[in-house]
Design a protein around this ligand. Structure first.
Ligand code: GLA
Length: 392
């Protein structure tokens, strides 16, 4: 009888309006921030995190919308006799709360990483079996964002595992953005909408145009291909996540980084910078801080772009924006220049806006370059993108 009452109580608790309500409006536009993994790997510590927080303010990233500072794998060490997670004292001598408080004091939000399996991908303690305890710890530390990985999951069911942590976060009571990092293996876009705010759709991104590494890491254009068809599942509060940005990590040219960033904005992808922003060049800064590009990503309609034309090397992508506006990206993936001639009539029809005439704004040149009732011809250099906002 006691047990039945308990189950009833738990069910009521989770269905009380307001309980999950706190989590509902956390990611109405794709989350933006910075994550330690792509530039530092597990080599992360208190000093670096605090400096990054300072630079997020100093460089203007915070004010451009990059709000979450997320520590990825590598901060944990073990568990004590009571199962509490132990923080690596060499890396974080004053504990995580101290860092979280500092991050908050800079007007940012703080995020952390764990894993649904027994261990993280770095072989450190995962949250399996400790979900409610860890969620309570995160809430106590002032965590605002949890990236939750999928290493060492054994025979665990993905949906059940992520639901369990979601419920643990609900129970802990602090509003926390829940970032599902299951790499697309069990098609999270089909089940994760009510569980997390974003879900990874693919293997890990690499700092390259189209490479594939031995354990499945992918260059960004190959990740881009895997987003085609997933547009149905993305929208305010629940985003496809093609992984964090590599912009500025040194493996690509400026034009290639501009293309990578532009296409992430076209996709309404979460924008988690992954470079060492303490050492950002002006060119990289100009990319990450292009407010016209960010505005496409953060458009409140939250529509992921669709690929309208695919000729192998040359592609045209289209995105619906709020207030009947549109964005169009011309992407040259090949090695020779393409002479792009746009058939606006056809494109507008595809994007359900036929009959409308728009002003065309190039969001990288920051100027108006024509109107959709006239011919638009442009050379697109290899590995370059042109992004046009069609405005009323
Ligand atoms: C996985 C994730 C990465 C990163 C590492 C950390 O590979 O997909 O984004 O979090 O683990 O070990």
């Amino acid at each position: 009888m006691k047990k039945k009452l308990m189950v009833f109580f738990i069910i009521v608790l989770f269905t009380v309006p307001g309980f999950s309500q706190k989590f509902k409006n956390l990611a109405l536009t794709p989350p933006m921030g910075w994550n330690s993994w792509n530039c530092f790997g597990p080599d992360i510590n208190e000093k670096k995190v605090m400096e990054i927080a300072d630079y997020m303010v100093k460089t203007g990233m915070r004010d451009a919308g990059y709000i979450y500072l997320v520590i990825d794998d590598g901060w944990q060490e073990g568990r004590d006799a009571n199962g509490n997670i132990i923080v690596n004292k060499k890396k974080f001598p004053h504990g995580i709360k101290k860092v979280a408080d500092y991050v908050h004091s800079r007007g940012l939000k703080f995020g952390i990483y764990s894993d649904a399996g027994r261990k993280t991908c770095q072989g450190l303690p995962g949250s399996r079996g400790y979900e409610f305890q860890d969620a309570r710890t995160y809430a106590r530390w002032g965590v605002d964002y949890l990236k939750y990985d999928w290493c060492y999951h054994g025979k665990q069911n993905s949906e059940a595992s992520y639901k369990l942590m979601r419920d643990a976060l609900y129970k802990a009571g602090r509003p926390i953005v829940f970032s599902i990092c299951e790499w697309g293996t069990t098609k999270p876009w089909k089940w994760a909408g009510g569980i997390g705010h974003l879900w990874r759709t693919t293997e890990d991104i690499q700092d390259c145009w189209d490479c594939v590494n031995e354990w499945g890491g992918l260059g960004w254009t190959l990740i881009l291909d895997k987003q085609v068809g997933l547009e149905l599942y993305s929208g305010p509060g629940h985003w496809n996540d093609p992984d964090m940005l590599e912009v500025g990590n040194g493996g690509m040219t400026i034009e290639e980084y501009r293309a990578h960033f532009s296409m992430w904005c076209m996709l309404s992808a979460p924008l988690m910078a992954g470079n060492d922003i303490r050492k950002m060049t002006p060119e990289i800064k100009e990319i990450l801080l292009n407010r016209e590009a960010i505005a496409l990503d953060q458009d409140p309609l939250g529509k992921q772009a669709i690929r309208l034309v695919d000729t192998g090397d040359y592609e045209i992508w289209g995105k619906e924006l709020s207030k009947g506006e549109l964005a169009v990206a011309l992407l040259n993936r090949g090695d020779i220049p393409v002479r792009a001639k746009i058939n606006w009539k056809w494109i507008l029809k595809k994007l359900k806006r036929d009959g409308h005439i728009y002003k065309i704004r190039d969001i990288w040149l920051h100027k108006f370059v024509g109107k959709t009732n006239r011919v638009f011809e442009k050379k697109v250099k290899p590995h370059k993108v042109i992004v046009l906002r069609l405005m009323k």
